[in-house]
Design a protein around this ligand. Structure first.
Ligand code: FMN
Length: 148
């Protein structure tokens, strides 16, 4: 499918954001988010991973820039999370997760990647090391829960 791997030499955008899970969100709500991502993302040429703790979401999205921007606008209004802060943004020729419409990894609230992400969000800065940490974590956990 076009857009799935390198989109014919056109650079893709990769964005990482952190947000807070609304208190009391159920497992069914979490599953619904993943199902919806897996349903929609292939048509948009978007792939990525959603790292989840009890309190935060850390999502890496990659794909054509216009589609990433449009999806982020949409996700930002989703009432299932708050305080969305983009903490990483880059262009890339290659996808980190070419086969994941949206992978999912559960981590503890004290996971190092979440601490790094919270520090960047609190300081209002972007940190390229976070995308690397997300990719390493996502690739290492790909047997846990894989969607797409
Ligand atoms: C943390 C989080 C991550 C999400 N990621 C995606 C995503 O990757 N793709 C997507 O289509 N929707 C995602 N959503 C859901 C969207 O906000 C929105 O509910 C959905 O796109 C609506 O799709 P529908 O009209 O097909 O139900 C996410 C929501 C949250 C809270």
């Amino acid at each position: 499918m076009q857009g799935r791997n390198t989109t014919k030499g056109v650079d893709m955008k990769q964005t990482v954001y952190l947000s807070r899970v609304v208190p009391g969100l159920s497992d069914a709500d979490r599953d619904a988010i993943l199902r919806c991502s897996v349903r929609n993302n292939p048509q948009l040429g978007i792939t990525g991973v959603l790292i989840q703790s009890d309190t935060h979401y850390l999502q890496l999205l990659e794909g054509p820039e216009a589609h990433i921007e449009a999806l982020l606008d949409f996700i930002a209004t989703d009432p299932r999370h708050t305080d969305m802060a983009v903490i990483g943004e880059t262009t890339t020729a290659y996808r980190a997760f070419p086969n994941w419409a949206m992978g999912s990894v559960d981590v503890g609230a004290d996971a190092q990647v979440m601490s790094l992400a919270r520090a960047a969000a609190d300081a209002g800065r972007r940190d390229p090391a976070i995308a690397d940490a997300v990719v390493t974590l996502g690739k290492g956990m790909n047997v846990q829960r894989r969607a797409g």
